[in-house]
Ligand binder design. Structure first.
Ligand SMILES: O=C(O)[C@H]1O[C@H](OP(=O)(O)OP(=O)(O)OC[C@H]2O[C@@H](n3ccc(=O)[nH]c3=O)[C@H](O)[C@@H]2O)[C@H](O)[C@@H](O)[C@H]1O
Length: 423
């Protein structure tokens, strides 16, 4: 008897062979249906595995909705102090978002995170932050800002008193590589979020992350909120500036309380791997060269590097003093606060000095490759005037770059180990 794997038997050369052909066709058909049944079985197995995963590990679920999900959202939003707030923190899997979420939760506020866990930088770091938050009772909903249905659902499940909007496409130079990602998150995502806030009843107060980069080519120092911000040097800066204008219209038309925070080069433990202090650390430990940009006339570039703990205090003070939105259900009922503050450190440090401090803490020498600053959206220096934030928020940065980098290096070595970081 020929084997069913004998392909020659499936190709009859004359009618006399038709009986054997029918048998083969039947076999073939029956093996196709067996395969179909197997495929069904595998699909069923995969589906049950995925649902088991989401039951066993709720903080890793990428889907939303359902009574179990709602229960997690409500639990995370529960307020545990008198006069506390219920805050939706967007970008909670990010650097600043994870720190602010933890600080709010620790003092007894309700916190629900939202993050799309995109792969702009290593997602394993974002997931590690998520685990840290989950261990502290903060649930991060995995979803995109542009998902209006998800936002509506969140506002339906929780009466948020505040929104801390920190989700964004960050990075000054990456805007030349992927410009539309900035439009997606920093413009479209912002508008989708504000639409949800405007419709909520009661409306939450909104505090959100603008950027020192809005000062662009401004040369008056230190940068004050009243200085011109109509000369952005990068698309990133332009989208943040647009965000300031967009939030203003929602304040004006719908009575949303808005506070925009211009962060100055925030750094620290659990930071962003795309930033210079972070990528320099990795390269120094791995013995790879670092590129240091230099400005016009060989001038060193400088930044008003601001430590994460100072920024967190500024964020919490902004939430605490935000005042109320006046509208509800899309209707304005009176004027609401519109504020913008610089949150910087007020003492710029040059990039070569940053490298020298890192070398000291890492006990390793950097291989320097000094090049003229390419036309990539960078600005030569930043320097914050923080008197408004001091006056109205009680903001007072306390960590200098030396101390802050020491804390960062300690965290980096404990997280990655010496020279072993991924990517
Ligand atoms: O305040 C902000 O609003 C922004 O701060 C941050 O931007 P920047 O101040 O540009 O920080 P960062 O990239 O660390 O470069 C620091 C310095 O190192 C120089 N730099 C950088 C890379 C390199 O390879 N070489 C180099 O010399 C570089 O020329 C610069 O002089 C955030 O990333 C941004 O998302 C936004 O939040």
């Amino acid at each position: 008897m020929p084997s069913s794997l004998d392909h020659g038997q499936l190709l009859p050369s004359s009618p006399g062979k038709s009986k054997s052909m029918n048998r083969q066709v039947y076999r073939c058909f029956s093996s196709t249906s067996t395969m179909f049944l197997w495929a069904l079985f595998l699909i069923a197995l995969t589906v049950s595995y995925l649902s088991f995963q989401s039951i066993g590990s709720p903080y890793l679920s990428s889907s939303w909705g359902g009574s179990r999900w709602e229960k997690q959202v409500r639990l995370s939003a529960r307020i545990n102090r008198r006069g506390g707030m219920a805050v939706l923190v967007t970008g909670a899997g990010g650097f600043v978002g994870s720190h602010v979420s933890l600080a709010l939760k620790r003092r007894g506020d309700g916190v629900v995170g939202l993050d799309n866990f995109n792969n702009y930088y290593e997602t394993s770091l974002k997931k590690a932050r998520r685990s840290l938050l989950s261990n502290n009772g903060v649930f991060i909903v995995e979803g995109d800002l542009n998902d209006a249905k998800l936002l509506a659902k969140l506002f339906d499940v929780v009466v948020f008193t505040h929104v801390m909007h920190l989700a964004a496409q960050a990075g000054v130079r990456y805007a030349m590589k992927n410009p539309l990602s900035y439009v997606h998150s920093n413009i479209a995502g912002l508008v989708t979020l504000l639409e949800a806030c405007k419709m909520a009843n009661p409306q939450p107060a909104v505090v959100w992350a603008s950027s020192s980069s809005v000062y662009g080519l401004n040369e008056a120092v230190p940068f004050s909120e009243s200085h011109r911000t109509d000369q952005p040097a990068s698309l990133y800066a332009a989208t943040k500036k647009a965000g300031e204008e967009i939030t203003h219209t929602y304040n004006h038309i719908y009575g949303l309380s808005i506070t925009g925070l211009r962060f100055f080069t925030v750094y620290g433990p659990w930071g962003r791997p795309d930033m210079a202090y972070f990528s320099f650390t990795k390269s120094i430990l791995q013995g790879r060269p670092i590129t240091i940009y230099r400005g016009k006339n060989r001038a060193d570039l400088a930044r008003d590097f601001t430590f994460i703990d100072d920024i967190v205090r500024g964020c919490l003070a902004s939430l605490d003093t935000s005042g109320k939105s006046t509208g509800s259900g899309g209707k304005k009922r009176g004027t609401a606060p519109y504020r913008i503050f610089n949150l910087g450190n007020t003492s710029p440090v040059t990039v070569p000095t940053l490298v020298r401090i890192l070398e000291r803490h890492l006990k390793a020498k950097a291989k320097r490759n000094i090049v003229d600053m390419p036309g990539n959206g960078d600005v030569p220096f930043t320097h914050a005037n923080i008197s408004s934030a001091q006056r109205e928020l009680g903001y007072k940065p306390t960590t200098d770059l030396e101390t802050g980098l020491k804390k960062f290096v300690k965290w980096y070595l404990s997280y990655y180990g010496y020279g072993k970081s991924v990517n």
